[in-house]
Design a protein around this ligand. Structure first.
Ligand SMILES: Nc1ncnc2c1ncn2[C@@H]1O[C@H](COP(=O)(O)OP(=O)(O)OP(=O)(O)O)[C@@H](O)[C@H]1O
Ligand SMILES: [Mg+2]
Length: 416
């Protein structure tokens, strides 16, 4: 049967528009493409609406923290908080308390009166960035004083806070939040970063617990991920069938990056066939493209975790079984679940000792520590060091025929 290829102008235009509807590499910054997360948005909005309250937004890498922070101002507009000024900054490993506040304050502008020479006293209004009105090395009280004098409401979103290495920043930031809260200053600070707990992200938070709303970002639910696909495809007048949505959702494991990656590639595969409805066969076609486009660092890490000069090492199969094992809310799984998945992949029963060595190798530096281990012996829990590795392992396993949709169906029947 001849394969129809969509070289038409219409398909090319749609293919380009798909690239705007799905953005695997960049956070979402418009509400029309933003899916779910209502609960977390409400909590952050509460922090902004309640004087003296601030927030910390934390979760695994890649779960959608920056996207949530990006759409928050738009969401607040719906609540008619129009006059709010917003400053968004990304921290880097070199940042100190003063460099961070200078970056944050230069995002905001204030009107100043410049006196002009002449017989009559006249002046013109100019815009200046706010950092010019603060000392070079501000302390928490300087920040509080300056923002209090500013008067109008302001929101600071401080992203990638986990990258800061300068220890005193944590204490000084907690002091700042305390000072802003005690003086009821009309400013809100939202600290965002990769972390399992608030303790890890903002070590000095205890003194400010009462004025800090803690928002944990879980992985996205299957419904939220399917909403991403519906929103993306409806932007360009395309649709996606239920089995394709289910498969993409399964592979994504709650991590929206892969939903965007596979949504984009499967949409383009459908357009190649001059179709606007995405089918399972398009998702299959999309997997090779998604593997090629996955981050170089993930591809390298997969290779060093599974490469071996000897055949039949089971390294790829065991890592795949780890990726299929059900996880708790922090991404941890146990060896018993790996055993079930491995037995399904290999179609014969495996016991834990058969792959215990593989699990410890995966935690070892020599295999790039693709897994992390916690807990006590015989009660170890494992998780992927980089959560984004888990869907990659699934993609790779599927591409190389290590499992099929039937394997998944059989696994879900046996766990039901
Ligand atoms: N609610 C959402 N709706 C649609 N797409 C989303 C949503 N949240 C995140 N995404 C998509 O998921 C990917 C990762 O999102 P984002 O960069 O916001 O995550 P993050 O938690 O900030 O990641 P990191 O930990 O690396 O900073 C991006 O492609 C983004 O477009
Ligand atoms: Mg981010």
């Amino acid at each position: 049967m001849s394969r129809r290829t969509g070289n038409g102008e219409h398909e090319r235009a749609l293919s380009l528009r798909l690239g705007a509807a799905f953005s695997p590499a960049t956070p979402v910054n418009e509400t029309t493409l933003f899916a779910g997360r209502q609960q977390q948005l409400n909590k952050l909005a509460d922090a902004v609406n309640q004087r003296g309250m601030h927030a910390v937004l934390f979760g695994e890498r890649g779960v959608g923290k920056t996207s949530l922070a990006n759409v928050l101002p738009e969401f607040l507009k719906l609540a008619e908080l129009n006059e709010l000024s917003v400053s968004r900054v990304n921290c880097d490993s070199q940042d100190t308390y003063s460099s961070l506040w200078h970056k944050a304050l230069r995002e905001l502008q204030v009107a100043t009166q410049i006196p002009m020479a002449g017989l009559r006293p006249v002046s013109r209004t100019d815009l200046a960035t706010l950092n010019g009105f603060f000392p070079d090395e501000p302390g928490p009280e300087d920040v509080r004083y300056g923002l209090q004098r500013l008067g109008s409401p302001v929101l600071f979103i401080i992203d990638e806070f986990d990258r800061i290495q300068d220890e005193p920043v944590h204490r000084l930031m907690a002091d700042t939040i305390k000072a802003l809260s005690d003086h009821s200053v009309n400013a809100t600070v939202i600290i965002v970063g990769v972390s399992d707990t608030v303790d890890d992200l903002l070590t000095e938070h205890r003194s400010i617990d009462r004025c800090l709303i803690q928002v944990q970002m879980p992985r996205m639910s299957p419904d939220e991920l399917s909403d991403i696909l519906d929103k993306g495809f409806s932007q360009v007048g395309m649709t996606i069938g239920e089995p394709s949505t289910e498969f993409i959702t399964y592979i994504s494991q709650g991590l929206p990056h892969y939903t965007h990656l596979l949504g984009l590639a499967s949409g383009r595969a459908a357009l190649e066939e001059v179709r606007k409805d995405v089918r399972l066969e398009d998702v299959h076609d999309a997997i090779a493209a998604a593997l090629r486009q996955a981050q170089q660092s993930i591809r390298m890490a997969y290779h060093s975790a599974t490469a071996s000069a000897r055949p039949k090492t089971l390294l790829k199969e065991v890592l795949l079984a780890c990726a299929m094992a059900p996880v708790d809310e922090l991404g941890y799984f146990v060896a018993a679940d790996v055993r079930t998945a491995l037995s399904s992949i290999m179609d014969r029963l495996y016991d834990t000792p058969a792959f215990a060595k593989h699990l410890s190798q995966f935690c070892d530096n020599s295999r790039g520590s693709v897994l992390q281990r916690s807990g006590k012996r015989y009660r170890y829990r494992y998780r992927f060091s980089n959560p984004l590795m888990q869907p990659y392992v699934l993609l790779n396993g599927f591409q190389h025929g290590l499992f099929t949709l039937e394997t998944l169906a059989a696994m879900s029947r046996s766990s039901a």
